[in-house]
Ligand binder design. Structure first.
Ligand SMILES: [Zn+2]
Length: 284
């Protein structure tokens, strides 16, 4: 979970280009919806990040279908927009999870309910397939009315530590468990929002699995730091350095930074327990 920059593009120009595109079969319907769509764009910008309860634009069924179609059909301007949104290095890694490659565009407000935002660049968030699939068409938690997911372009991720991981050795195996903890001073609603996002995207389990996978790749470096002198202090030091590098670039709640810190503080792991992450020893 992290923030990403908006694409510098004029949403009205994008709409007009897509509506006027060659091979745009729904041109007339899009034109008829234009005023309502642009009004909806303005409401979205006025409300961000709290877009969870926006009124739906008064489009006819045919106009709604035309708007969704405008996203799905690969006209030249739609293809260009998709490319511009996804090709940026700053969004190459999915901002919802921070794990996988961004390969799709997620409609932050789902186009089923809000077809007016089908081609609105600010509503299109680069996302990995796993997050996009898990997110589906949900917006608000019905019990609390708090939004289910962070909007990576608008929500400010708190700078105080809220992600924790516990690392422990069980026999020869390393067991990781990620969870969220509400820091002193964080508003309950902010925490509920973070927790919805964390739970609904199954981040605890995804971080655990990808963490173990990542550590497999670090095994040679851990082994080297330990050396023939079995220097557990050096292993801990290397892990702290790694954590600091991650924190500097990704912030204090980056899942790998947390993992490195937890492992640096685990004497058993540093004193040879890291053998558990040797790729050929991990469960198949
Ligand atoms: Zn993701």
């Amino acid at each position: 979970m992290r923030s990403i920059p908006l694409l510098a593009v004029d949403a009205t120009v994008v709409f007009d280009e897509i509506a006027a595109a060659k091979h745009q079969p729904r041109r007339g319907r899009m034109q008829a919806a234009r005023a309502d769509v642009l009004t909806a764009y303005q409401s979205y910008e006025d409300a961000v990040p709290e877009v969870g309860e926006l009124d739906e634009a008064p489009l006819t069924d045919a106009q709604q279908e035309a708007m969704r179609h405008a996203f799905n059909v690969e006209t030249a301007p739609m293809t260009a927009l998709r490319g511009d949104l996804l090709k940026r290095i700053s969004v190459a890694r999915c901002p919802f999870c921070g794990i996988s490659e961004s390969s799709t565009l997620d409609h932050y407000l789902p186009k089923e309910q809000y077809p007016e935002f089908s081609v609105f660049p600010k509503n299109l968030v680069p996302s990995c397939a796993v997050c996009n699939t898990r997110k589906r068409d949900r917006i608000l938690d019905e019990g609390t009315n708090v939004r289910m997911f962070l909007h990576p372009c608008y929500d400010v991720i708190p700078d105080i530590a809220f992600l924790r991981v516990r690392a422990r050795m069980e026999g020869d195996a390393l067991v990781l468990s990620y969870r969220l903890v509400r820091p002193a001073g964080m508003a309950l609603q902010t925490f509920q929002h973070l927790r919805n996002h964390f739970d609904e995207l199954d981040l605890a389990d995804r971080y655990r699995r990808m963490g173990l996978e990542h550590l497999g790749g670090q095994y040679p470096a851990l082994r080297r730091a330990y050396g023939p002198g079995e220097d557990s202090g050096r292993v801990a030091e290397k892990l702290v350095e790694g954590a600091e590098d991650f924190e500097e670039v990704q912030g204090p709640n980056y899942w790998l930074a947390k993992l490195y810190r937890a492992l640096a503080g685990n004497d058993d792991f540093c004193d040879g327990g890291f053998e558990a992450v040797r790729p050929e020893l991990q469960p198949h």
